[in-house]
Design a protein around this ligand. Structure first.
Ligand code: DQA
Length: 143
């Protein structure tokens, strides 16, 4: 059966490649999207980014209706958004949380996390490769 996978990216991830490359690496978000689509086999990938919390909540709700798996890097909303947490709790898709860096090893404020408790798995600290790991694991689990 053809899988539908949502890949949602939160605030400031549109700046990947320029933003603190010593932390987040040199890959751009569109480069990550292309690599994921190249790996996707017959799965459909809906890849999106927003800087807005409400938009992210709307897309998580949409994922819950149409996607088998949601891969999400919520950026800073990971650490602040109870609205996002509630949307993820209601989401019926399998949820994989991804971070380029390892927030748990950074500033104290990044140790609060409203996403992890709703996720089936978390991949952090592998840079852009974390997105590809999440996708490969998803596809392998279904094959
Ligand atoms: C991030 C980690 C967050 O703490 C930060 O706010 C981001 C990116 C990551 O991918 O490492 O915007 O989600």
């Amino acid at each position: 059966m053809q899988q539908h996978i949502f890949v949602l990216n939160g605030p400031n991830l549109n700046l990947l490649g320029q933003r603190e490359p010593e932390i987040y690496g040199h890959d751009t978000l569109s480069g990550i999207e292309q690599k994921m689509k190249a790996l996707a086999r017959e799965a459909i990938i809906s890849f999106r980014q927003t800087n807005s919390e409400g938009q992210l909540v709307d897309w998580v709700q949409e994922a819950g209706r149409v996607a088998d798996t949601l891969i999400i890097n919520a950026g800073a909303y990971t650490h602040t958004s109870i609205a996002l947490h509630d949307a993820l709790r209601a989401c019926k898709s399998k949820i994989i949380e991804v971070h380029l860096s390892n927030p748990a090893a950074r500033e104290e404020f990044r140790t609060t996390n409203y996403v992890s408790a709703c996720a089936d798995a978390t991949i952090a600290g592998f840079g852009a490769a974390g997105y590809l790991m999440a996708l490969t694991a998803t596809l392998d689990a279904q094959s």
